[in-house]
Design a protein around this ligand. Structure first.
Ligand SMILES: [Fe+2]
Length: 377
């Protein structure tokens, strides 16, 4: 056995943590100006307000960047970094979903770097430090608060990852109250994303390790026991807390046993058709489990038992196929505006995701990707 395990060093889980944000972040963020990264929807909902009030009271000057858009485009991320530089902030705080956190992670690094974002796509391409960084997730899905990865929309058709130890946040603050306003469809899609993180970590080909395995199993136990309740009863704080905890554990798992073909094949759906990331994963999960089965039989059997209470790869594959419809999500690519003629170019695009594809338990070529898209169509 040979593995290393890295994670965000500090995690605070507390209902109402937002109201104590100023004191909670004090060991990490120097007092003075800090960049607070969020998005317009959350700002209009007033979601960051309790944290902003607490930060102000504790002596922080929040420089708010609320222009984050889903599937964060590279120029937007560079604008966030430019604002951090202009205002000479001493740290970065993200309050939001995966797009917000991914933007904040890169802004914290780019603010101190003279290299453009275009130079650092891929694995271990960053040079130099980043600003102190705290991430506060508002969805039970991304797990990005625990990973050294940010995903960027590089062009009109391409999403690319930046994976580098420097992007690992210093601290995560999980407050279940911050996710109660998440609509049902987003709760379902981001929850399935978290489950896919844990499933892909558990079967990761290159860096599967016992710590990630343990975290992935616990994440799946929590997420599968809770996701239906979180979707049906949005104000259920216990369910929201379990989803946040599950997605955080899954994030720790896949930060060290990276994701694979579900994510690789999902990226073209986000880049070309602007489908939400979690929904893209949910649409592809059953077809990829069927494709991988011959190479992952034993692991899938264990996951079937943990997630659906019945041992066997069949239990996992059948249960995963029921998950989308049970949660009210679309289940076929043809139902979300994708045409059959789009599939070949998506398969070609997916081949660029070598960072992810190399972790798949079964090799995926372009013809395989096309067959998977057809299966999911
Ligand atoms: Fe994901």
């Amino acid at each position: 056995m040979d593995f290393a395990f890295d994670t965000t060093p500090r995690c605070v889980f507390r209902e109402g943590a937002a109201e104590a944000m100023g004191a909670l972040v004090a060991p990490v963020l120097p007092h003075g100006p800090i960049l607070v990264v969020t998005d317009r929807t959350l700002r209009d909902l007033g979601l960051p307000d309790p944290a902003l009030a607490s930060l102000a009271k504790a002596g922080y000057e929040a420089v708010v960047f609320d222009a984050v858009t889903p599937d964060p485009p590279a120029p937007m991320i560079e604008r966030a970094a430019a604002l951090a530089r202009e205002r000479d902030v001493g740290g970065v705080l993200a309050i939001g979903g995966g797009s917000v956190i991914d933007t904040a992670k890169l802004a914290a690094h780019l603010a101190l770097s003279d290299r453009p974002l275009g130079d650092i796509y891929g694995v271990n391409r960053c040079t130099g430090p980043r600003l102190p960084l705290v991430c506060v997730p508002t969805t039970g899905g991304t797990g990005s608060e625990m990973t050294p990865i940010s995903v960027v929309t590089k062009s009109d058709t391409e999403k690319m990852g930046v994976s580098d130890p420097v992007l690992m946040p210093d601290m995560a603050v999980l407050d279940p109250r911050l996710s109660v306003s998440l609509p049902a469809d987003h709760t379902a899609a981001t929850g399935v994303d978290a489950m896919v993180h844990a499933i892909e970590a558990y079967t990761s080909a290159l860096r599967k390790n016992p710590v990630s395995d343990a975290l992935a199993l616990e994440a799946l136990r929590l997420l599968s026991a809770t996701i239906h309740r979180a979707v049906a009863a949005p104000e259920d704080i216990a369910a929201r807390g379990a989803m946040l905890l599950g997605s955080m554990l899954a994030g720790k798992a896949f930060a060290n046993a990276p994701c694979a073909a579900v994510h690789a094949l999902a990226y073209p759906l986000g880049a070309r058709f602007h489908l939400p990331h979690g929904l893209s994963n949910a649409l592809l999960l059953p077809a990829i489990l069927r494709f991988n089965r011959s190479a992952a039989e034993a692991d899938y059997a264990r996951l079937g038992e943990v997630i659906f209470g019945r041992a066997g790869a069949d239990a996992l594959i059948e249960g995963a196929a029921r998950l989308g419809p049970d949660l009210g999500l679309p289940t076929q690519l043809s139902a979300v505006g994708i045409g059959e003629n789009d599939l070949p170019v998506m398969a070609r695009d997916a081949m660029a995701q070598t960072r992810l594809l190399q972790n798949n338990p079964r090799p995926v070529g372009e013809a395989d990707a096309l067959a998977i898209y057809r299966d999911a169509f």
